[in-house]
Design a protein around this ligand. Structure first.
Ligand SMILES: [Zn+2]
Length: 353
């Protein structure tokens, strides 16, 4: 299947219809949780708009079909170049490594660059295509500049705004985009997709559970065993938190806060694993084992479920989520982590339920 986007039939159908009817919008908003395929789907739309196979399939002349294909073939030269990030007319704008101390985000200078290139005719294809991902990282000045572009969109340009948090975009930007919502696929869909790619059945089941529907993560973990190993280490760390002394907790907070500046994603992965572990423990306590993500570590989950008190765990799971949000909003990482770790479950606590 040329779109090969798992679990997003509605969004795909909307795009196919627009392509077939020649009613592709100037700007799209791809909305949905992390790692469900928003960026991938945007790239597929760029392919469909520039694909050279469509016209031949419909019986039109071989060279330079005038209309976009209703779906990308994935095989022709433009499709391949777009997939490889080599197509001159397809551009992705993201958060750039700023200078030390500079505010992180997508800056107005980047939007001005987009404006300039968008005004040019396509070099090699039919359509220019600009992906802004994550679009909500445009700062206020960048959003205002981009709004001007959207108010008078240059011809032959399609913008794709990719976001997991549309509330941070100006309503005036959102209202000028056609909105496509991507959802979390069901675990069974992820499992089937992995199996179809030759992943062994038991492993496919585990990865599907761990992914919680984030197909991008599942595919990556299927291809790269170190990802799962790293996750197992983080889960062991989640368990070990409970046996740490106050001094050890403060030391860990300091170390993680130091690493956060260089590799924020590593800390977010750790927080996610901590939360997942203790949420699983809560699920086991509530005898709701069906929802457990870490099915391969059920024995340890049961041990912890018998050892810790439920209200404390629930509070910690909530606090991990809050810490993640605070860190995302540039709060003091060391303070956030100290508070979080001092509130982590304690092994000495007697089991109460
Ligand atoms: Zn193609």
């Amino acid at each position: 299947m040329p779109w090969s986007i798992i679990g997003q039939d509605r969004a795909v159908a909307a795009l196919e219809r627009a392509l077939r009817e020649g009613r592709v919008a100037h700007a799209y908003l791809f909305v949905g949780p992390e790692r469900v395929g928003k960026h991938t789907l945007a790239l597929k739309l760029a392919q469909a708009l520039n694909c050279e196979a469509g016209a031949t399939a419909m019986g039109a002349p071989l060279a330079a079909p005038a209309r976009p294909a209703p779906e990308p073939c994935g095989e022709c030269a433009p499709c391949r170049r777009i997939a490889g990030g080599l197509h001159a007319d397809v551009q992705t704008v993201g958060v750039e490594e700023g200078e030390e101390g500079a505010q992180k985000g997508i800056h107005v200078s980047q939007v001005r660059d987009v404006e300039r290139s968008a005004a040019l005719k396509p070099f090699e294809g039919r359509s220019r295509f600009v992906i802004i991902d994550p679009a909500e990282e445009m700062n206020a000045a960048a959003q205002n500049a981009f709004l001007k572009t959207l108010e008078e969109p240059p011809p032959q340009v399609v913008f794709a705004l990719v976001t997991a948090d549309e509330s941070r975009l100006l309503p005036t930007i959102r209202s000028r985009c056609r909105r496509l919502e991507l959802r979390l696929p069901a675990m069974s869909e992820v499992e089937a997709a992995l199996a179809a790619r030759g992943v062994e059945a038991e492993r496919a089941r585990l990865l599907a559970r761990l992914s919680r529907g984030r197909i991008g993560w599942a595919l990556e973990a299927a291809a790269d065993a170190s990802l799962l190993e790293r996750r197992q280490e983080l889960l062991s760390q989640a368990r070990a938190l409970a046996s740490m002394t106050v001094a050890q907790r403060l030391e860990l907070a300091e170390r993680l806060a130091g690493d956060f500046k260089r590799k924020p994603e590593a800390l977010f992965a750790a927080l996610e694993a901590w939360r997942d572990w203790w949420r699983d423990v809560l699920l086991v306590q509530a005898a709701a084992g069906d929802g457990v993500a870490n099915v391969d570590r059920l024995a340890e989950l049961r041990e912890d479920a018998a050892r810790y008190s439920r209200p404390g765990l629930a509070e910690f799971v909530r606090a991990v989520g809050e810490a993640g949000r605070n860190l995302g909003e540039n709060a003091q990482p060391r303070l956030v982590l100290e508070t979080l770790l001092l509130g982590a479950p304690r092994a000495a606590e007697p089991a109460r339920r």
